[in-house]
Design a protein around this ligand. Structure first.
Ligand SMILES: C[S@@+](CC[C@H](N)C(=O)[O-])C[C@H]1O[C@@H](n2cnc3c(N)ncnc32)[C@H](O)[C@@H]1O
Length: 258
């Protein structure tokens, strides 16, 4: 018998002890995993019963029925770490997919008046997700704009916060470059690494090639006058979990002006 919540199964089991058939809850492990690529749908609302902000966002995402579970956790974990450090400013969610990150960034800090969610191909059901979130947070109405464009063509402003989850390969480098041009704050969770394009600067003899690429990205930000912060989001959500954040201070890592 399938459970209506979609979170697991209710099975009829023979109980040897008292000779009765009993109903037993069998948890569907995959449904509970944070790295699940299964789409959250209204049937999973009951997996998130809490009063906290994460559960409230998760229920809205379930009602929209548009996103894999892992994308919910990725966007949440990135947004809350970024917001602990960087407040206010226009949010620019680069390679945004459905744009959940842009929405959570505004939910977490109302001092950011607006967000732009940029992708070359915004998924056709992205507005459904946005409407579900705006229904829960009406103050977001008309403050998040989807822009279908290559991110290379977006004008970044110095007060912006540039964020991006899993921009593929060298797209992450292009995002960092856009931020550096304007000394804007930046936070990226890199995805797959294109080792033909993104430099390792010879560090791959000592460390994993992809770590070398991300290390060079961090060092580059530092050399351009950024105070760099490196963190990880939990690896039970994604193995591509290195979060690189930077805020321009005008001093390079050696302390001299830049
Ligand atoms: C792996 S998906 C990540 C989507 C979303 N940030 C997420 O975490 O689910 C990469 C996205 O980059 C977009 N993309 C690829 N090239 C792009 C470009 N030049 N400018 C903007 N977006 C681009 C793709 O359309 C795709 O939606």
């Amino acid at each position: 018998m399938r459970d209506v919540t979609g979170a697991g199964f209710v099975a009829r089991c023979w109980s040897a002890g008292d000779g009765l058939y009993k109903e037993r809850w069998l948890c569907n492990d995959q449904a509970m995993k944070k790295n699940s690529r299964n789409r959250l749908t209204p049937r999973q609302v009951s997996l998130f019963p809490g009063d906290g902000l994460f559960d409230k966002i998760a229920r809205a995402v379930c009602r929209a029925g548009t996103l894999p579970r892992k994308e919910l956790h990725e966007a949440w974990e990135v947004a809350r770490r970024v917001r602990r450090r960087y407040r206010g400013g226009r949010v620019v969610d680069m390679a945004c997919g459905h744009g959940l990150l842009a929405h959570i960034m505004l939910i977490l800090d109302d001092r950011s008046e607006s967000a732009v969610a940029v992708d070359t191909k915004v998924p056709s059901n992205a507005p459904i997700l946005s409407e579900a979130l705006v229904a829960c947070w009406p103050r977001l109405k008309n403050r998040i704009v989807y822009t279908e464009s290559p991110l290379q063509e977006i004008t970044v402003l110095p007060d912006d916060i540039i964020v991006s989850v899993h921009a593929c390969g060298a797209l992450t480098d292009a995002i960092i470059d856009k931020a550096i041009e304007q000394h804007a704050r930046v936070a990226v969770l890199p995805c797959c690494h294109d080792l033909k394009v993104s430099p390792t600067d010879g560090l791959d003899g000592w460390m994993d090639k992809t770590l070398a690429v991300d290390t060079i990205r961090a060092v580059r930000l530092g050399s351009k006058g950024y105070r760099v912060v490196t963190q990880k989001i939990p690896d039970d959500i994604t193995p591509k979990n290195r979060l690189l954040m930077g805020e321009y201070t005008g001093h390079n890592v050696n302390g001299s002006g830049s």
